[in-house]
Design a protein around this ligand. Sequence first.
Ligand SMILES: [Zn+2]
Length: 151
Amino acid sequence: MNNTKIKILFSEDDEFLVDIYKNKFEKAGFDVRSVQNLNSIISEAKDFQPDFIFFDLLYDGEPAFEVLKQIKNDDETKNIPVVALTNLRKEEDRKKAMEAGALDYVSKLETSLEKMIAVVEEKLQLKICPNCHERAKIVEGKCNLCGTKIE
Ligand SMILES: [Zn+2]
């Protein structure tokens, strides 16, 4: 049994947003880390081994599609689901993010913290465990936190 919280890595250069995300996701029961320096994302992802990455596409006003590609091309990080988070609103940018390997794309302007949690739940197929009442990952039919069988 993998008795750990679900780990989320935020790649986000806005310190104010990082605090908001951390606060909300930690209260919701997730283990959260963040990187503000784009150059550290790969090493942080390898060290933390997150279940999920929210990746801010825009760094210092420049789209970071190349770094997203690097995450998806590295053997140690390529299987981690990455959802792009951004203010870029052009369809073309959405397409580029998906081509670079993003699983999905969330507009910062149109989303909310609740919706972001719902995205994680959906992509990782999390369920509320009837026994421990936490958001659980189902591993071999069992809650990853308390081991209770979940249908
Ligand atoms: Zn449980």
